[in-house]
Structure formats: structure tokens, C-alpha cells
Unconditional design. Structure first.
Length: 282
């Protein structure tokens, strides 16, 4: 199977020169920086099944790419286009390598909760029907072995099945309901993006009054979504402080790669930080 893109080429093109022919990549694992073509980076062989790859290209990326281009042109988007991009971001949150890592991290607690629920139900059956105690005990032993296996190595199919936006209705609804503002850079500074571009404070989520989400659209435009009503909507000029905060978020969220439209010597030392002080905007 050919290499499959974990982040849409259209998204990365917004951080490249010459219509995608040249993008700067900063690799925090190998501590190096290099220029390459957009199509040559951010791909992983056999990361998705062919069906999932086709679904992402046709149903998720295709409609969202049109919306992304409109935003890059600083055009007003409709409510339906807002929903399209919300679904895209919800999928992006899960489809990137970090999404698979997240499932692996959560698997032990998920399996423990599932084990407790099943055990409670089976033990209740044994209490009500004492003649089935032996059968119940056998089933419990089988279930424990299966869940122990899944806790250590959850099947990748579970992750793939949960990628479609229909599996994250609350996240999509929250993103649609938030107030969207597009921060626009009007100087020589740039927004960064990464191989995990959709950011929100996971400890807060996206449905709480203090929640924030951001998604870099290009090196000059970034979506900033909040529940705040005290700021204008649409396209607003980004402050120097705001640009730096958004770039800290991009760098802290990266699994391995940071992308920028040009070489900047400060980026590689910057992304090597082990701890990040991220702030909600006041």
C-alpha cells in the first residue's frame, strides 16, 4: 500500500512556498531541519486501511479543503461550511498518530471500566441463578484474559472505527457552537503547524465556557474558537503575544514534525523544550 498522509496536503500547502513545492520541516526527534516537498513529508505507510483512506479523502478532506481555501482568501463562511470544518477537525484530532497513541494510553482504564461493568452483570446473574455459578466464573475468566490482552495492545481496528465524525458528535456540536475568530498576521511573523495541528486544552475539553480550540489555516491565518462573546467575530489582526502563544501550542502539540513556510533558526531550539507554559487568552 502506498504512503498515506496523516495530515492533509491541502493543509500543509498553506505553510509552503511555490504551491507546495517547498516546505520547511523541523524534526524534534532527530534534531534537524530540512526543506522538502509537501507530498514528501507527514506520510506513514499502511497507517490506514484503503477504505479509510478513501473515506477520508472523499468525504472529509474534499469538502473541508474548499472551506479552508475560502478562509485563506478571508471570505465569510456559512454555517454549513462551519460544520464541515468542525467535522474535519474532530477527525483530525483522532486520525493523526497522536490519536492512536491516545487510544493506547486510555485502553487500560477503558478495559477496567468494561470489566467492572460486565463482572457486576454476571455476578448478579449468578446470585439470581445459583446453578449457573460455574458458567459465570468461566465466562469471567475468559473475559479477563481478553480484556487484559486488549489493555496492553488494543486492536487498531477499534481506532479506525472511531475516526468518522459521527463517533464524536459532542465534539463536533461543541466546535460548531463556539465563536470562531480568524487571527490574521499582518507582519513578517508566521504561524507554525505540526503533524498534530488541531489544538485544545484536553483537560478542559471543548464544551466548557473557558474552552479554546485553535487550528492553523495557513502561515498567516489561524482559527481561534472560544465561547467568548466579548470579542468581534470574523478576521481580526493577530497580536505579537497571540502569535507566540499559538506557536507554543503548535509546538507542544507536535508528535514529531513542525512545519513552517521558511527557515527560521529559532524554531529547532524552541521545539526541543520539554515543558510548555500554555495560557488561556484573557
Amino acid at each position: 500500500m502506498a504512503n498515506q498522509k496523516c495530515v492533509s496536503i491541502t493543509v500543509r500547502k498553506g505553510f509552503s512556498k511555490d504551491n507546495g513545492k517547498n516546505i520547511w520541516v523541523y524534526d524534534k526527534h532527530e534534531n534537524r531541519e530540512f526543506a522538502t516537498q509537501v507530498k514528501s513529508v507527514g506520510n506513514i505507510t499502511n497507517f490506514y486501511s484503503a477504505d479509510v483512506e478513501q473515506y477520508l479523502a472523499d468525504i472529509i478532506e474534499g469538502p473541508a479543503n474548499t472551506v479552508i481555501e475560502r478562509i485563506r482568501n478571508q471570505e465569510q463562511i456559512s454555517d454549513s461550511e462551519k460544520e464541515i470544518l468542525s467535522e474535519y477537525m474532530a477527525v483530525m484530532f483522532k486520525r493523526v498518530p497522536r490519536g492512536l497513541e491516545r487510544l493506547n494510553e486510555m485502553a487500560p482504564s477503558i478495559c477496567t471500566d468494561l470489566h467492572n461493568k460486565i463482572s457486576k452483570d454476571l455476578l448478579q446473574i449468578a446470585k439470581e441463578e445459583p446453578d449457573k455459578v460455574h458458567v459465570v466464573n468461566n465466562r469471567l475468566a475468559e473475559i479477563e484474559k481478553i480484556l487484559e490482552k486488549y489493555a496492553k495492545n488494543p486492536p487498531k481496528e477499534i481506532w479506525l472505527e472511531n475516526i468518522p465524525p459521527g463517533r464524536s458528535p459532542q465534539m463536533v456540536a461543541a466546535l460548531v457552537g463556539m465563536k470562531w475568530r480568524f487571527l490574521v498576521i499582518e507582519n513578517s511573523m508566521n504561524f507554525l503547524t505540526s503533524d498534530n495541528p488541531f489544538f485544545h486544552f484536553t483537560s478542559i475539553g471543548v464544551g466548557n465556557p473557558e474552552s479554546e480550540a485553535c487550528f492553523p489555516i495557513s502561515n498567516k491565518i489561524l482559527l481561534w474558537a472560544t465561547w467568548r462573546n466579548d470579542l468581534p467575530l470574523g478576521y481580526i489582526t493577530a497580536t505579537k503575544q497571540g502569535i507566540k502563544e499559538m506557536n507554543r501550542r503548535a509546538a507542544s502539540n507536535a508528535t514529531r514534525f513542525i512545519f513552517n513556510i521558511e527557515f527560521e533558526s529559532w524554531i529547532l531550539p524552541f521545539i526541543k523544550k520539554k515543558q510548555w507554559k500554555l495560557h488561556l487568552f484573557k
